[in-house]
Design a protein around this ligand. Structure first.
Ligand code: SF4
Length: 265
């Protein structure tokens, strides 16, 4: 069986929701939520920046700005599919929110550019896909957003880091770092780095764009074993078709809620 990180999160959130969206292929309108589309667009602009750096060029701020503008107009203004289905503004406030995203995107792109243009490091891989076997039954796929070599001028050393850029804004982990310590996506990337490049990254960071916050995540073999335990549970659940409804506060925003509510078991 082969699964991607989004499917893993989907099953963890609710096995029934996983079945409806990934087995029965019911349309999942959460993929068209403004926040999801916004995040995808900003990550496309970041990828563009580092692809250019790989070619030996630092793009101009104007080019970065245009990249975001092009994405915005193709998705939020022109895309017939999303417009007809999910994004058609229904009220004046909806319309204002979509317009605010354009400005918010420009601000985020400006902040990213200011933070990275003078010291982008040396990109080793940008949007680099990985595919790793967890056991005889399970292969997991994903992507590194950025692997780069950075020079620490004070220490006069170079180090290799995996960087995952965050567009959601920084919030304190009020659970004493529990969720960051056990963040599955981060551990999966760390493990994939070990498996595909046959070495260990010097650092793994979450970089919160537009804030001074960069979080250095420590990973070790115990955390990799914990990840494998989670993946084994998910893999067993899917193979055994263990698709139970997991009613939590997340049901409030679940796009399958009405259907789920009427389902006969
Ligand atoms: S409404 Fe809740 S229980 Fe039903 S599919 Fe969605 S997340 Fe699962």
């Amino acid at each position: 069986m082969e699964i991607g990180i989004e499917e893993i999160y989907s099953y963890m959130q609710c096995p029934l929701r996983y079945k409806l969206t990934h087995v029965d292929n019911m349309p999942d309108e959460s993929q068209y939520k403004n926040a999801v589309l916004y995040s995808k667009g900003i990550h496309q602009v970041i990828s563009y920046f580092y692809y250019q750096v790989q070619q030996g060029r630092i793009p101009t701020l104007r080019q970065m700005r245009d990249k975001w503008g092009h994405y915005y107009y193709s998705i939020f203004e022109d895309d017939a599919r999303s417009k007809e289905n999910f994004l058609t503004p229904r009220t004046k406030i909806d319309n204002q929110r979509i317009q605010q995203l354009l400005t918010k995107g420009y601000e985020t792109v400006y902040a990213f550019y200011a933070e990275n243009k003078d010291n982008p490091g040396v990109p080793i891989a940008v949007n680099y896909p990985f595919r790793i076997a967890i056991d005889d039954f399970l292969v997991v796929t994903g992507e590194f957003e950025l692997i780069r070599e950075v020079e620490d001028k004070d220490q006069q050393t170079k180090y290799v880091e995996i960087v995952d850029f965050k567009t959601s804004g920084y919030t304190n982990d009020s659970n004493n770092g529990f969720f960051l310590r056990h963040d599955i996506r981060a551990t999966l990337m760390y493990h994939a780095f070990q498996e595909t490049l046959r070495s260990t990254p010097d650092r793994f960071v979450f970089d919160y764009i537009g804030t001074p916050h960069t979080i250095n995540l420590e990973r070790n073999q115990n955390e990799v074993n914990r990840l494998k335990a989670v993946l084994k549970g998910i893999s067993n659940g899917i193979r055994n078709e263990d698709f139970f409804p997991r009613q939590t506060f997340a049901c409030k925003t679940c796009p399958m809620k009405e259907y789920c509510d009427r389902l006969q078991f």
